[in-house]
Design a protein around this ligand. Structure first.
Ligand code: BEZ
Length: 328
């Protein structure tokens, strides 16, 4: 199993590399973090940076190991491991948690924010920060929400309107709020794990995908689905959670170091998306694929129907909407 280990990233780290035994003996706390994303993805890099930051802040007391690409299991398994103490921390999709905490669906409310810049502000605002407390009901401490890109549609066929989507198969990340969104359009939502998505588009297993610009670019999905509709219908948040047992065993100053490291590196993550989203869009346009922009009415009455289902199940929708309005 591959692991990425971080010691204090200063002269002490240099000494550690030369004589690892010396610093490893000094590292009193191990922190094992799991993510589903590969090493090249910004989420994994954020956790790599938490490891470096924590080693620096603690003078080498914390030794962090990041397990990317679901090496310690899929997200459902990682959640179980965090609950049992088998894994200390996760940087996991809020999508997976929305299968356990209905109110997390509020963060997928269609057209809550228009772009990653406002999404970053909403995810660090009072409502989202308050929602972190719900993770205690799962035996975890929620440390902070981060972000993936806004969601769009990529399709094999050109010139599709939302009416044309009916009867087609679109890849989704499997979680109830998104499944509902596609089913309301009579689209067959088809769960395909990210590593299999390029092939699923190539062999017609799916007609298109609900995706962000980072994945459309980095997984080269444009080769098989050369039609991108910029819809920006939802955010795709990620959450840093630490096992309740692990958290309880930390001293106050250790809790502060961990919280600060996570908050600082999530700020770095937000900055990456704000910088890179326009670049990925330019890169995608540069491949010669068809890129069209679509306003919310592209989805017809789907958004209204979605709100009708989820406003009752996810009470934070109202507060998030009110806060989002103030961001403009
Ligand atoms: C997705 O399922 O689309 C996804 C998963 C992890 C990170 C970003 C996107």
């Amino acid at each position: 199993m591959k692991r990425r280990t971080f010691l204090k990233a200063t002269s002490l780290a240099a000494a550690a590399l030369a004589a690892p035994g010396i610093v490893r003996a000094g590292a009193e706390k191990k922190l094992r973090i799991g993510t589903i994303t590969p090493g090249s993805h910004f989420w994994t890099q954020t956790m790599d940076r938490v490891g470096v930051s924590l080693a620096e802040k603690s003078g080498g007391k914390f030794e962090t190991q990041v397990f990317p690409s679901g090496q310690v299991g899929n997200e459902a398994t990682m959640i179980q491991q965090i609950q049992s103490g088998g894994l200390d921390m996760g940087f996991l999709t809020v999508a997976e948690f929305s299968n356990r905490l209905d109110d997390m669906a509020a963060l997928f409310t269609p057209y809550l924010v228009p772009d990653v810049s406002q999404a970053s502000r909403l995810l660090t605002g009072p409502t989202a920060t308050g929602m972190l407390e719900q993770y205690s009901s799962l035996g975890m401490k929620g440390l902070g929400f981060g972000l993936g890109g806004m969601r769009h549609l990529i399709s094999r066929e050109a010139g599709l309107t939302s009416a044309d989507l009916a009867g087609r198969k679109y890849r989704i990340t499997p979680f109830a709020p998104l499944r509902d969104f596609y089913e309301l359009m009579d689209v067959a939502p088809t769960p395909v794990p990210l590593p299999g998505l390029f092939d699923a588009l190539a062999n017609g297993q799916v007609d298109g995908a609900d995706i962000d610009l980072e994945l459309a670019w980095k997984l080269k999905l444009y080769d098989q689905a050369p039609n991108l509709t910029i819809t920006s219908q939802m955010m795709f948040p990620v959450v840093a959670v630490v096992s309740g047992r692990y958290w309880a065993a930390l001293s106050d100053s250790e809790k502060q170091m961990l919280s600060e490291s996570v908050a600082e590196q999530i700020d770095w993550l937000f900055a990456q998306y704000v910088e890179f989203e326009p670049k990925w869009l330019n890169d995608l346009k540069g491949t010669g694929i068809n890129v069209a922009e679509a306003a919310p009415d592209f989805f017809g009455d789907t958004v209204t129907k979605w709100n009708g289902i989820w406003e009752a199940k996810a009470p934070s929708i109202a507060a998030l909407r009110a806060e989002a309005k103030e961001l403009t």
